[in-house]
Write a protein that binds this ligand. Structure first.
Ligand SMILES: Nc1nc2c(c(=O)[nH]1)N[C@H]1C(S)=C(S)[C@@H](COP(=O)(O)OP(=O)(O)OC[C@H]3O[C@@H](n4cnc5c(N)ncnc54)[C@H](O)[C@@H]3O)O[C@H]1N2
Ligand code: MOO
Length: 339
């Protein structure tokens, strides 16, 4: 910071607000901290009684907060984003499409290790909608050493924030349960699944009902796998009753069972498996009953074509407890965000 005669300050950056007071009429900010002084500003500043001001010299060695924010945007922003105009040194990252938010946490923390630099984000793996704010970046002081920004550019060599778009997938549903098959009760699970997939632009193309008979469940799952469906979803019979045959039927059809059981409530009896690239899900009854459950945590990742691994499910343990809020605002809450 340097004290300068106003007449010599063109092109330099004001380090403090300049207040204008006209008694009985105006009291307000005439110039804002961070403003780059122009030729036209000189008479105005002089009329406000400012013969000298504190400035940063706008030279190559220092970068102004607005320019620094642009540099940080370039360093951190990957696919699927648009940006607000830089304002008061800050840029917000906005989702340019519906998709899965990906945050490279290692790089995020590395970037924030630099004093004076801030990049803050919404959670990794959150489903986001076009137009959502997903991150914000700025430097803390008004200016930063240019060589520091150059060093950041060199050391942060992976994008930090990006969005993977949701794919439109086709879904086959296998509804198990003799009570539903024989019409003793009306199917309430199918409509819930239909709606959840619709929320992400995917579509249930087929639903079959089968009784609690393992061979029939296996047949129905295999039919689903042979169809054009990308995902086969099984409901009913996921827990421990003698009639709960769905997990063993899925095992028989799958080339790989990722995990049966998830550290999430509601949703602990989830099963995730694959047959080649096709996904097989066994959904516990709570998915039908509760507004949000483990299904809402794995579905966005599946629709973004991420392969779910065992550790992905295990990591849900931290933050996998739904707080059953009076008004559900998922995904803008802690559920599934602890990883
Ligand atoms: N001893 C244990 N019991 C239970 C456990 C456990 O760990 N140990 N887990 C509980 C949890 S958590 C859940 S969730 C449920 C899982 O239940 P299932 O997925 O096996 O569901 P069902 O037993 O087949 O059905 C439960 C209930 O829902 C009705 N249902 C099922 N499908 C439909 C449908 N398509 N439409 C309408 N209603 C349906 C069914 O008739 C039952 O009333 O297990 C706990 N138990
Ligand atoms: O799968 Mo139950 O899954 O936690 O209510």
């Amino acid at each position: 910071m340097e004290r300068k005669p106003v007449r010599e300050a063109v092109g330099m950056i004001l380090c403090h607000d300049v207040t204008q007071i006209i008694p009985g009429e105006v009291k307000g900010r005439a110039f804002k901290k961070g403003h780059t002084i122009t030729q036209e500003d000189i008479p105005v500043l002089l009329s406000l009684g400012k013969d000298n001001i504190y400035v940063w010299e706008n030279d190559e060695t220092m970068t102004h907060e607005n320019d620094a924010a642009e540099v940080l945007r370039e360093i951190a922003a990957g696919e699927g984003l648009e940006f607000t105009e830089v304002r008061e040194g800050k840029i917000n990252f906005i989702a340019s499409e519906d998709g899965l938010l990906k945050i490279n946490k290692e790089m995020l923390f590395k970037l924030n290790c630099y004093d004076d630099i801030v990049l803050t984000t919404f959670h990794n793996n959150a489903p986001v909608k076009k137009g959502d704010i997903v991150a914000g970046t700025r430097i803390v002081p008004l200016v930063i050493k240019t060589e520091k920004l150059d060093e950041v550019r060199k050391n942060i060599n992976d994008k930090i924030v990006s969005i993977k778009p949701f794919n439109k997938m086709k879904v086959a549903v296998v509804t198990t349960g003799s009570e539903v098959f024989h019409g003793r009760i009306k199917d309430a699970f199918g409509p819930v699944i239909r709606e959840k997939f619709q929320e992400y632009g995917s579509e249930v193309i087929n639903q079959v009902k089968v009784p609690d008979d393992e061979e029939k469940i296996v047949q129905a799952v295999n039919d689903g796998l042979k169809s054009e469906a990308d995902i086969v979803v099984c409901t009913g019979g996921m827990s421990v009753d003698p009639d709960d045959l769905t997990p063993s039927a899925i095992r028989e059809c799958a080339s790989e069972v990722i995990k049966y059981g998830a550290p999430v409530l509601p949703g602990s009896m989830l099963l995730v498996a694959y047959s080649g690239k096709k996904v097989i899900l066994g959904l516990p009854g709570c998915v039908m009953y509760f507004k949000r459950s483990v299904f809402d945590l794995v579905l966005p990742r599946i629709l973004a074509r991420e392969k779910i691994e065992k550790m992905d499910i295990i990591k849900l343990a931290h933050g996998g407890l739904c707080m059953r809020c009076d008004v559900c605002v998922y995904p803008k809450c802690s559920f599934g965000k602890g990883e």
